[in-house]
Design a protein around this ligand. Sequence first.
Ligand code: PLP
Length: 396
Amino acid sequence: MISQRMLSIGKSPSKIREIFEYSRKRKAQIGEDKVFDFSLGNPNIPAPKKVNEVITDLIKTTDSTALHGYTSAVGDMDTRKTIADNIKKRFCFECSADNIYMTCGAAASLEITLKAICNRGDEVIALAPYFPEYKVFIENAEATTVEVLCREGDMGLDIEAIKGALNGKTKAIIVNSPNNPSGAVFAEKDIKKLAEILNEHNKKTGETVYIICDEPYREIVYGDIVVPYIPSIYDHTIVCYSYSKSLSLPGERIGYIMVSPKARDSEDIYFAVCGAGRVSGYVCAPSLMQYVVNKCDGLLPDIEKYAKNRDLIYNSLKEIGFEAVRPDGAFYLFVKALESDAVKFCETAKKYELLLVPSDSFGIKGYVRIAYCVSYEQIKNSIPQFKKLFEDYKNR
Ligand code: PLP
């Protein structure tokens, strides 16, 4: 018999994939521009020009066997050094190439990190709303997901609720800021409070709770919002970074893990990361992309388009009467559904050709996620449909 656990994970449909399939069929029936698909977090801003220039240059100037050959399992030394140097420059945080492990994006970073630090029966706190794959990765590490809700209203950290969830089994807490799906950026004062309660807890229990920073949206923030660098605030931190969104390279599968040198058992964690990477087959992240990020790490995306989209969708929906969290980062708007059952609400939205993701799989009920990494036109043309949807509920 094959693995029933894997069979069931593979068969359980992802809500977003289901919507994607529906969208494809519906567009074929009524036309591309008549369907307003807000389901996918696929960046619609092209990668910075420099990325393609670097790729072209590497192809022209580097020996092909070297360019496409294996790097060391943990990643190219020079690339890891560049990343560590940039972390120092950008965040005034001291680390070295020996703290960096190159991965196939944030998903692999998270999977490896959780496997590296968790033992069977450990608990990992996921702050709802959260990226649905956390549950799969946590369970694969034989740990248990403990959901803690963020504050209603602004979706910030609920420190008292987190404190209440800590116990002797807590191994880690995943902090994703800017957040998918809420767009919230957790305030520095709240991160400091979080560090305080974790330090107190560690002292009391003699255990260590690690913060896992899931950071694919670090650079996608609006106005003068600053995303605190958590390793500078809390020692026991592991960063799971990805270039999928910051450089618009989601299909290239490239990112890294940074194990803070200040974390308790840092060296051992790094070795465990190597072990977890090895058992998962996540060794030697794509070589060409490693060389590309060596030259492009720290490059900021042109987020002007996302900012304009954010303003249009947020302001328009608020004007219609929807309740939404104003996103400070990422490219998602989290909107209160007009009935308690968000799945039913999304079904009604479909009548108006609006494809939204219900919040249930993000660990919270009663909201929908709108991914606004789409064309400005799509958002503009969808506004009358949102009005009709609102009227539909008003007239019930
Ligand atoms: N974490 C969050 C919060 C995400 O939104 C995503 C992707 O959308 C990932 C992790 C996975 O990112 P990657 O494509 O780099 O694996």
